[in-house]
Design a protein around this ligand. Structure first.
Ligand code: CU
Length: 489
């Protein structure tokens, strides 16, 4: 009797085992990506509650047709991508990937309204290169995403980007081919779009690009403190750019200051701050300004020895700023009208749940990132039509920070954890979403194309935290995957 029961249990157990194995095998088999595929192939279209028929396509537009303006460019730049050693300000040489032989790449400064032409040449980077203009809402074909808006530029090849500098602010450019490795290794640089009028005389405008190159923290090309001579009374604007994968914390000591812009958009009514700790998203930008006092000013990046020292003789080494409470954009600045707000009618309403679960990513077992429950490439594709008002609720249900970056658009932050933004309008292109947080954001669908929406911790993006916002009727002829040499993340 006992023996037959044990036999029965063994049979049932064995059957369950076989079924579980078969399921595992199927999940593994299903997860494998083909050599090449289109980002349109696997994604699960989500129309955001739009009525049936709203996505009726009036012909098809290739992303290739959505290019920048023709005509004679006002500004021309050449970026030569190469692998080789670069020299840091300290004199130390580091093996890196670089634009024009320096890390960061050259600071590109243009004026609002100028037609900009940038020629990218790949000298010797085997896996190919592209340039993405982070935060610049330019035409889709100029967006620089390998496998979506262009093919990766292979050694010996070149590619021309053209766009009109339509937004005043602080931006940056970086590779969007194998970007998790290429950006970390040095393929990035600052891009500043200045107002058409010249700045007031004596004003100082300084880019502070913060990066970790090969384990070495940098501000610009300095693996230490970058010193500047600044006259008392000068209007100073520091453009802090976080080009790393994790948020940075920085403080400013020696003067009160204002945060005057976030992610390339000026704030309304920024008030004076003292001893605040600034938490800047990976990929995000904060512009801070102050009037130079007679005494030195220090910007320090927490957890590192790098920073900026401003003084009248350029020699001072001021003490680090006092750590204070965190700066919060939700309550900063003066409320003013926005094109949409929490009470607006939205044509499309989406939810984006960032999660994690065991499964297979391209045949590899592990605890995988998920978007609305799906493991890449079975992630949602948010479908919009030109003119739509779009709202997205972003939920971070993981234990990690995710700086969510939307290409081609700026998101108006409506609320965080259900609490409406009560300060000035806060437009973001790279939003730091901490574990457990929820953000409601909105944008106007006014820039047709297929736009990446991804985590700007580029290691997370490469591990599947990548999806797209696609306009109905737009298609891409480009393919992602091995034989196509296109690996946007
Ligand atoms: Cu992430």
């Amino acid at each position: 009797m006992k023996r037959s029961l044990a036999f029965g249990v063994a049979i049932v157990g064995g059957a369950i085992g076989v079924v579980a194995l078969a399921w595992l095998g199927f999940a593994w088999y299903e997860s494998r990506l083909p050599e090449t595929y289109s980002v349109m192939d696997y994604a699960i279209p989500d129309v955001g509650g739009a009525p049936a028929g709203a996505d009726h396509m009036h012909g098809e537009t290739s992303v290739v047709a959505l290019h920048g303006p023709t005509g004679t460019p006002r500004r021309r730049f050449v970026l030569i991508a190469r692998e080789g050693s670069v020299r840091l300000a300290s004199g130390r040489s580091v093996d890196a990937l670089s634009f024009n032989g320096s890390v960061p790449g050259p600071e590109l400064r243009v004026r609002e309204g100028e037609l900009v032409e940038v020629t990218l040449r790949n000298q010797n980077i085997e896996q190919g290169v592209t340039v993405h203009w982070h935060g610049v809402d330019l035409p889709n074909a100029e967006d620089g995403v390998a496998g979506v808006t262009q093919n990766a530029v292979l050694p010996g090849e070149s590619h021309v980007y053209r766009f009109r500098a339509g937004q005043v602010g602080t931006f940056w450019y970086h590779a969007h081919q194998a970007s998790a490795g290429e950006v970390r290794r040095g393929l990035y640089g600052p891009l500043v779009i200045e107002p058409p009028r010249a700045p007031q005389s004596g004003a100082r405008d300084i880019v502070v690009a913060v990066h970790t190159l090969d384990g070495t923290p940098l501000v610009n090309d300095t693996d230490g403190v970058e010193r500047h001579v600044v006259a008392p009374g000068a209007a100073v604007r520091l453009r802090v750019i976080n080009t790393d994968n994790a948020p940075i914390r920085f403080g400013i000591g020696g003067t009160p200051f204002r945060v005057v812009a976030i992610d390339g958009t000026d704030l309304v009514g920024p008030t004076l701050l003292r001893e605040k700790t600034m938490v800047l998203a990976a990929g995000g930008r904060y512009d801070v300004s102050f009037t130079m006092p007679r005494t030195p000013v220090k910007l320090a990046v927490a957890g590192t020895l790098v920073g900026l020292a401003l003084s009248t003789d350029g020699k001072a080494d001021p003490p680090p700023p006092v750590p204070g409470p965190e700066f919060d954009p939700v309550v900063y600045g003066r409320p003013s009208p926005t094109p949409v707000d929490v009470s607006s009618h939205f044509d499309r309403v989406f939810t984006l749940d960032v999660g994690r679960k065991p499964g297979f990513l391209d045949g590899q077992p592990g605890k995988q990132w998920t978007l609305n429950g799906g493991i890449y490439p079975r992630v949602p594709m948010f479908m919009v039509a030109k003119g739509d008002r779009v709202r997205i609720s972003i939920h971070n249900r993981t234990g990690a920070v995710h700086p969510m970056h939307l290409h081609g658009h700026h998101m108006l932050v409506l609320s965080r954890n259900g609490i409406a933004v009560s300060g000035g309008p806060w437009w973001s292109d790279t939003l730091n979403v901490e574990p457990g947080e929820t953000y409601d954001v909105a944008f106007r669908a006014n820039n047709p194309g297929i736009w990446m929406a991804h985590c700007h911790n580029l290691a997370h993006a490469a591990a599947g935290l990548t999806m797209h916002v696609a306009y109905t009727g737009v298609t891409t002829p480009f393919q992602t995957g091995g034989a196509a040499h296109n690996h946007p993340e």
